[in-house]
Design a binder for this molecule. Sequence first.
Ligand code: ADP
Length: 388
Amino acid sequence: MTTFFRSRLGLKLFLSYLAVIVVCLGILAFSVNLAAPRAFARHLANMATMPGMGGMMQQGRGAGGMMAGFYANFRLAIGEALAWAAGAAALAAALASLLIARQVILPVQALKTASQRIADGRYHERVSLPKFQSPDELDELGQLALSFNMMASRLEQAETLRRQLIGDVAHELRTPLTVIRGSMEGLMDGVLPANQETYQQVFREAVRLNRLVDDLQELSRVEAGAYELKLQPVSVEGLIQATVASLGRQYEEKGVALSVSAAPGLPPVMADELRIGQVLTNLLINALQYTPEGGRVEVRAVEAQGMVRISVADTGVGIPAEHLPHIFDRFYRVDKSRSRASGGSGVGLTIARHLVEAHGGTIWAESAGANAGSTFSFTLPRATTRSG
Ligand code: ADP
């Protein structure tokens, strides 16, 4: 009951019916007041014209007939009043139902039509909301329309992403497949020599396809949240040392110096060691890939605002400012041909962002521009809170 009165729609209905009742009662009272005296006046006038009426009344003769006249007149008056009231009430009810139809039925019909259109695949469909009203001021139907529009825009977003993904994947598959097909055609036509180099070219593209499929599988897993984070206190220094050790050889082979600078007394972080190891490995492999021989890469770790920040700073090719906002987007590459040629599928950073955000942290990239090196940083929550 209380929810009925708290709800704006309930209040609107109540007020509309109340209005009908008030109008009816008002008109009824007005008409009765108007009609009854007229009836009495008519009756008295009749009485006055009757010869010897006063005497008859005094003697009690003809009292029955007089009462019957009274009664008939009274009924007539009530009938008149009710007829007026019924007419007015019908008019008020018609007006009220018109108003309700406008306020309730029209939005419901609009919602029905829009949902049918969305079901037909027209995801841009929206219902109109009352103007000049903040979301808090909307009644239940307004709120429903607002939620409906939100749902529709999410569906549209998901649909756009799905189309984009299909387009991106088709585009990514096309390059290695074209190379494999071209090489095979060349081999069959005898244009390309059947030697080690040709076979290796085909093999490299097959490996690239393989990596792309693996990366896509991993991306869809993290995007759908279809993995479990085994969160536990993890030593940041231990994690960095283990990752750096696993990549040491690759760095040595390319001639890029790799160092670690961790602030003393870092608290452990709450993380899934394997997943965060995956993020750090990805950043270190990228840093190595985009840093020419003779360059330096440093892994830094500091505590900041209840979080631990881990950064990978390199002296490599850098990232021009216009590319920085897109660097974590799926399949985004700054230098498309070079990145693709080096085997990068362009989803490593997208996966890293999902994993860091799943830990409650953030990841970002900084660079002073082309050839000025880049720094990739991410934060993780500390595992323990220190007192004082
Ligand atoms: P990829 O597999 O292509 O490396 P990522 O998602 O890991 O995909 O990286 C996306 C793009 O970001 C890369 O193609 C590259 O252009 C740029 N990038 C990543 N790390 C660095 C870095 N350390 N220095 C310069 N550019 C980088």
